[in-house]
Ligand binder design. Sequence first.
Ligand SMILES: Nc1ncnc2c1ncn2[C@@H]1O[C@H](COP(=O)(O)OP(=O)(O)O)[C@@H](O)[C@H]1O
Ligand SMILES: Nc1ncnc2c1ncn2[C@H]1C[C@H](O)[C@@H](COP(=O)(O)O)O1
Length: 222
Amino acid sequence: MNLRKKYNIPSDAVITIAGTVGVGKSTMTNELANALGFRTSFEKVDLNPYLDKFYGDFNRWSFHLQVYFLAERFKEQKRIFEYGGGFIQDRSIYEDTGIFAKMHFEKGTMTPTDYDTYKSLFEAMVLTPYFPHPDLLIYLEGSFEDIVDRIKVRGRPMEQQTPIEYWKEMHERYENWINSFNACPVLRLNINDYDLVQDAGSIEPIVEKIGNFLEQTRKLVK
Ligand SMILES: Nc1ncnc2c1ncn2[C@@H]1O[C@H](COP(=O)(O)OP(=O)(O)O)[C@@H](O)[C@H]1O
Ligand SMILES: Nc1ncnc2c1ncn2[C@H]1C[C@H](O)[C@@H](COP(=O)(O)O)O1
């Protein structure tokens, strides 16, 4: 039986997968979309013209990269809106501003003027009808050691050359960020509690959790 129907997940739901670099968002996006018969919305890392340059020189490229990501996510958001939902989205727009832009500004690798410009652009774009909040944000969490191992195994060259302190800082910021995030309902999943790579069957308990969670949030809204 179709897992979406079995667990009563609306066909127009929009579910965003959040979490630090390497935690397993893309893998989860693919598996969940397959299980639910949903479309996917991915970050296109290979086609990003700034990402490599950014890792080589944060000061020079952080503003360009944030503006590029913002434009890409806005286009994706519009696509999701036009299809009428039924999407799994790899990373939320909230992380761009709440984690990345903020971190680069606070560490001094984005100037205050650039950060202000970015924030006003973000606010102007997000406050449009194309930006309904997702029905659910799934937050993937795990130990710093496990996540760094995954970054190493995946082996993107630009990420291998990045000092480990960068990933540590990001891991800590994510924990703080999610604890105060309230733009939409959040379901937290620990990466030690499932294994989508070795065990294909581990997606069903996750879908069941999502179904139960959405049902609870529907009751709260009524
Ligand atoms: N459940 C899992 N168990 C083991 N390895 C995983 C799991 N999920 C993802 N991985 C591996 O971890 C690495 C990062 O996963 P990915 O989905 O690309 O993360 P993200 O999109 O969050 O950066 C990949 O090499 C992927 O195969
Ligand atoms: N908003 C962003 N600013 C800087 N870097 C970013 C941003 N969004 C994604 N990234 C980087 C981090 C990774 O190197 C790649 C892809 O992210 P992943 O978590 O592996 O999907 O882009």
